[in-house]
Design a protein. Structure first.
Ligand SMILES: [Zn+2]
Length: 253
């Protein structure tokens, strides 16, 4: 059983990996979803900060149930996440607590919209926190975590040209992914997220020969030794013995 930790700035940022998280939870893995903020600065959800936090909590409770994941929050201020040593140490505590084999997080998008400064800060904090989680600390109630971690970031073809990519076939969970979008739709506003996500899944899928796929950039590979090359391509089906015989007979005659 593996432990997966997804770290994002705001609730609903996990849109790009929800199928993968569901796949792992269905596989019996421990899946943790950590948000650095409570998402109180949502520009679409009305009301006060407190009311927005309650709405965000309700969404994430439904996501926990839908995806079979455990949701955690830290207390960074929404739209004001700073890359700092203190912040990275806070996040490192969570890594020491969860002890993940793999972390999925934001990339460093540079476009308006997807390029929210919190997303870039989150990505940087994760990178630093993996290091700090390795350190002994008198003030920590957790042991240092020094196991290898594989770090994946969202793959963005516009900024990650030439990157090593890992595709995950999420075809079996397409309906659940659409349900995920419905849960968050009020936070997405008028944005047609079902269409967007479906196109995105199909675009990735076309590159790896499945109907729907999610894609990640491999940033750090946590190495173990394998007895065989880890080929992701399914073995080619060989012609059956009977077919072989027929071919030989034809050649001989
Ligand atoms: Zn966000």
């Amino acid at each position: 059983m593996s432990t997966i930790l997804a770290v994002f700035a705001h609730p609903d940022d996990e849109l790009g990996c929800i199928g993968t998280l569901i796949s792992h939870s269905q596989n019996g893995d421990n899946v943790h979803l950590l948000f650095l903020t409570k998402g109180e600065n949502s520009s679409v959800l009305g009301g006060t900060d407190e009311e927005r936090i309650i709405k965000r909590r309700k969404h994430t409770q439904q996501i926990e149930e839908l995806a079979g994941v455990q949701v955690h929050f830290l207390d960074f201020p929404d739209s004001r996440i700073q890359v700092s040593v203190e912040g990275a140490y806070l996040l490192a505590e969570k890594i020491k607590e969860v002890r993940p084999n793999c972390i999925i997080t934001w990339n460093q998008p540079l476009r308006p919209g997807a390029g929210h400064p919190d997303h870039r800060a989150c990505s940087q904090l994760v990178f630093d926190a993996i290091n700090y989680a390795r350190y002994r600390s008198k003030s920590s109630k957790f042991k240092p975590f020094r196991e290898p971690i594989t770090l994946y970031q969202y793959y963005d073809p516009q900024v990650d040209y030439g990157a090593q990519i890992q595709y995950i076939d999420v075809t079996d969970y397409y309906d659940k992914i659409m349900r995920f979008v419905e849960i968050y739709q009020e936070a997405y506003g008028d944005w047609p997220v079902k269409t967007f996500k479906t196109t995105w899944l199909q675009t990735n899928g076309r590159e790896c020969n499945v109907p729907y796929a999610e894609a990640f950039k491999i940033v750090v590979r946590g190495y173990g030794a394998s007895k065989l090359l880890p080929l992701d391509i399914p073995p080619r089906s060989l012609p059956s013995e009977k077919e072989n015989k027929t071919t030989n007979e034809v050649e001989q005659s």
